[in-house]
Design a protein around this ligand. Sequence first.
Ligand SMILES: Cc1ncc(COP(=O)(O)O)c(C=O)c1O
Length: 407
Amino acid sequence: MLTSRAAQPLPVAARVNRFSYAIRNIVAEARAVEARGMRVRYLNIGDPVAFGFQTPPHLIEAATRAMRDGHNGYLPSAGIPAAREAVAADATARGMAVSADRVLMTTGTSEGIDLALNALVDEGDEVLVPMPTYPLYTAVLATINARPRYYRTDPSRDWLPDLDHLRTLVTPRTRVLVTIDPNNPTGAVYPASVRRSLIEFAERHNLTILADEVYAELGFDGPVPLLATLDPDAPIISLSSLSKAYLAPGWRTGWLVVGATPRLDHALAAMKKLADGRLCSPGPMQYAVAAAVTGDRSHQATFRRALAARARVTTEALNAIPGMRCVAPRAAFYAMPALTLPPGRTDEEYVLGLLRATGILCVYGSGFGMPADQGTFRIVFLADPAELASIYADIAAFTRDYLEHAG
Ligand SMILES: Cc1ncc(COP(=O)(O)O)c(C=O)c1O
């Protein structure tokens, strides 16, 4: 046996160094805290099922029936017709008129993001992403070797996009505008006027809009309209899944809907071509998609009410902490408070300090593209309100102590 074998790690690709997904990366720190005997309260991942919200039984029935009926083989790479037709009919009923051949079933919204960016963006191209962003966008761009350009969203204006800043970022290499509305991590919902400006901007610069609408049903005032309803001819690809509004994140079942404009025909063909290479997205769960989007959605009203109550508890408690501000979320289950940090301190340092002292795991804002000195961090507020109140009391005590000693 060659003696050098054990000592020499085999090389990995350089792009892995550029790839970062803080929401899960930070779990290694939490495990270290657990190993020291402290209970960790995981507020890092937006998984409603982990907090006791249950997948609707008619979805489980449809997926298990599909397995029992023998639907366990490969499926067409674009998805089964019944699922594609149901998603197209649902999008059409919500004001984005499309035929089923413009729907692609994906392995969650995540794969939709991956397919769309790989189909639309070349190495060296630029993509406009919100700041803060959901970090998969920048992670995928890192693997493509394309460049994210962050457009600011403004906490002093309910985290709405700063359109003037956005306009300064366009270059001849810009290909795509990403919108996340309703937003993770801020909980923002954009008004129609802002949405119209985003569409006009994209049209002026010949950009495709990737509209991440995975939280569209989770507006506290009711479902939020799809972006494409404002302009049926705009070049919009809408992304969503069963993960959030249908409470089945582990099923990895999602879809993308390509707007009806023929200008997107090449994009659709390119995404279908890439999708062929991965054969299909999870099979039996696709049989639950029609049940989800055409069946009983009463769980969503219950879920929205529960989320709105938790958002209120969150905003009140965090805004009562000296030095902290939290914009009230209007959808989904995230808040992004900001702590005024002493000079030289970072959001990551604060979040790790909080974890080590209290076992509360949040994600630092720089993991979403925010400047580290702005003291932002993201909280997932899916825990029940009593548990949240106790968490926020611990955050308040830790923060008081931190500010006293870190200054
Ligand atoms: C904005 C946004 N997009 C996409 C995803 C990924 O969702 P999925 O489970 O559908 O892949 C998430 C998950 O948290 C998200 O918040």
